[in-house]
Design a protein around this ligand. Structure first.
Ligand code: CP
Ligand code: NVA
Length: 301
């Protein structure tokens, strides 16, 4: 079998993605019932983090331990990667020692290059352009809360960033409609919009995008690596906040998701995360289960 990487959601077929979500829910039940399930015994995951993380690091590390394997945290501060060792050399070396490599970095091209030289699966744990692991947890959270996401309407409010790009991929993979509301100049990747066709709409009106939505989601106004643009972004996004009042124009069964960390008073009102329509903490918890399902799929392939 050839190696499977997970650099964007489009590395999976729809059938595989649906199966991973189903498996994630099964693994969640096993975890909740404290059943020991060591499908990745003695397997090792290398974890390269060039940006900060709470959820991603802990979910991958705990997930590997629970599946009977282990994970090694690699930061550029104390590896040769941070001292300029070429990506292609690091990939050829590390992939002889571990069973999969997870990478969180800046330029998406870095992980495509790593994958090109890796003899084991490479997982995108966030780049400037995509955050596909998060989408597995998001779809799992919606499915568990309200059932199949196929045919539903999802609303993205705010920056056309890595999360938004991954929502466009998810709309194609899981067959839902996506309305994006963003200020001019902050649209998601045009090539993805072209690929998605009329399944995805882009508007500058938050209300227009939210009308009748089954799922409303957003993310920070300034992502990691954009700290210097914070002031200008605060002004550009000031009308792009999700609040319980905005949720009132969505479908009456609508749920709210946020990949976290959230900035209360910015992209979400102070009270949004605690609103009964918010399932953000279930969503965050699902990172563990969705990635365990992904690891099984890639490593046992
Ligand atoms: N949502 C997410 O990826 O969180 P972390 O940055 O904490 O990993
Ligand atoms: N868009 C955010 C997501 C963090 C999980 C960032 O890239 O910083």
């Amino acid at each position: 079998m050839s190696i499977r990487h997970f650099l964007t959601l489009s590395d999976l077929t729809s059938q595989e993605a649906i199966q991973i979500i189903k498996r994630a829910t099964e693994l969640k039940q096993l975890h909740k019932s404290r059943t020991i399930h060591e499908s990745l015994k003695n397997r090792v995951l290398g974890m390269i983090f060039e940006k900060s993380s709470t959820r991603t690091r802990v979910s991958f590390e705990a997930g590997m331990t629970q599946l009977g394997g282990s994970a090694i945290f690699l930061s550029p501060r104390d590896t040769q990667l941070g001292r300029g060792e070429p990506i292609e050399d690091s990939a050829r070396v590390l992939s002889q020692m571990v069973d999969a490599v997870m990478i969180r970095t800046f330029e998406h091209e870095k992980i495509t290059k790593f994958a090109q030289y890796s003899s084991v699966p490479v997982i995108n744990a966030l780049t400037d352009d995509y955050h596909p692991c998060q989408l597995l947890a998001d779809v799992q959270a919606y499915t568990e809360a309200r059932g199949d996401i196929k045919g539903k309407t999802v609303t993205w409010i705010g920056d056309g960033n890595n999360m938004c790009n991954s929502y466009i991929n998810a709309a194609m993979l899981f067959d839902f409609k996506l309305n994006i509301a963003c200020p001019t100049g902050y649209e998601p990747m045009q090539s993805l919009l072209d690929e998605a066709g009329d399944r995805v709409t882009v508007t500058s009106s938050v209300e227009e995008a939210t009308q009748g939505a089954h799922l409303v989601t957003t993310d920070v106004w300034a992502s990691m690596g954009q700290e210097e643009e914070t002031k200008i972004r605060m002004a550009a996004f000031k009308d792009y906040q999700v609040s319980p009042t905005l949720m009132d124009i969505a479908d009456k069964e609508a749920v709210f998701l946020h990949c976290l960390p959230a900035h209360r008073g910015e992209e979400v009102s102070e009270d949004m995360l605690d609103d009964p329509r918010s399932v953000v903490f279930e969503q965050a918890g699902n990172r563990l289960h969705a990635q365990k399902a992904l690891l099984e799929f890639l490593i046992l392939n």
